[in-house]
Design a protein around this ligand. Structure first.
Ligand code: UDP
Length: 323
């Protein structure tokens, strides 16, 4: 049995949909940002907090858990700057409670969702795992703190873990049964598509004076299904004792500016966007693009979807979404 914490969220639900094909899955989610309707019906669903010792003890004594996959975090850069307490409490303190419960119950394998935000402002074009970590916002700091906790838990208690540092996750499952759903929405691609569906008046581009060719921020977008598949490979590497402690970047290795993303959305949908140029958003680095060579080489991961595919699948999902 695999415990997926945050399995009702955007990324977690894509992982669960793949994982139920080969494993028994129990999902723990407090539904603070997730939606029960996104959880595959083959998984057992428990509503509760990852920082609740009693809930965790119950799960670890009821089920024979071979690994924990942890997706339940707050992940908005801007919000982390204005409300850091929320981020340190949920992303660090509650995760520490979870890790202690794992140690107490002799659960040895952990997959952790980390982020490109741990790198801060990179000084090279393609960020690999050897780049220094120097986060510039509380969100990135909380994720890096957990990475440090994992190193120490591994040395002291023999915890095996794989850290996956995500770049910008986007897209939706090809079936359009699950997809990106945040309330309120802050992410670029869903905002553009909601606008093109007539659900928002305009799109604001946050900052046009960055040190990039067109002045807008560059990000590396990765399809949620590609990301889910990387998690399955990582899980198997731990379960088969191929790996004990590793950190991998997950991105496509191609950067797109905010303006380029808007243009691709216009091409995919055949609709024209009303774009407004606005001030920079707090905490945004100008460019984040991954080298994912390490996971490709070591675990055989290959991303299948480019930006156009990502937007096509996201568009299918948003067109049928009732929100
Ligand atoms: N962005 C924007 N307008 C929006 C939402 C996002 O210009 O309405 C920009 C944002 O400043 C960043 C990029 O789009 O440079 C990606 O932002 P998103 O929130 O999707 O992901 P993040 O990079 O923060 O994880």
């Amino acid at each position: 049995m695999i415990l997926v914490i945050g399995g009702a969220g955007y990324v977690g639900s894509h992982l669960v949909k793949e994982l139920v094909e080969t494993e028994e899955v129990v999902v723990l989610d407090n539904l603070s940002t997730g939606f029960k309707s996104l959880v595959d019906s083959k998984a057992t669903f428990i509503q509760g907090d990852l920082g609740d010792k009693e809930v965790l003890n119950n799960i670890f004594t009821t089920y024979s858990i071979k690994a924990v996959m942890h997706f339940a975090a707050n992940s908005l850069v801007g919000e982390s700057v204005t409300n850091p307490y929320k981020y340190y409490e949920n992303n660090v303190s509650a995760t520490l409670t979870l890790l202690k419960a794992m140690v107490d119950h002799h659960v040895k394998n952990f997959i952790f969702s980390s982020t490109a935000a741990t790198y801060g402002i990179p000084h090279i074009n393609l960020i690999d795992e050897n780049q220094p970590t120097n986060p510039i916002n509380p969100y990135g700091k909380t994720k890096l703190m957990v990475e440090h906790i994992l190193e120490d838990f591994s040395s002291a208690y023999g915890l095996n873990y794989i850290v996956l540092r995500y770049f910008n996750v986007a897209g939706a499952h090809e079936s359009a049964t699950i997809g990106e759903r945040h309330d309120p929405e802050t992410h670029l691609i869903p905002i553009i598509l909601q606008h093109l569906l007539g659900k928002r008046e305009k799109i604001s581009v946050f900052g046009t004076d960055y040190d990039t060719p067109d002045g807008t921020c560059i990000r590396d977008y990765i399809h949620a299904t590609d990301l889910a598949n990387a998690h399955i490979l990582a899980l198997n590497a731990l379960l088969q004792e191929q790996k004990q402690t590793e950190t991998y970047n997950l991105g496509n290795g191609n950067g797109f500016s905010v303006k380029e993303v808007i243009k691709t959305c216009e091409e995919v949908t055949g609709r024209k966007a009303n774009v407004q140029y606005a001030d920079r958003r707090l905490g945004d680095p100008s460019k984040l693009v991954a080298s994912s060579k390490k996971i490709q080489k070591e675990l055989g991961w290959e991303p299948q979807f480019n930006l156009t595919n990502i937007i096509e699948d996201a568009w299918k999902w948003h067109k049928q979404s009732k929100l």
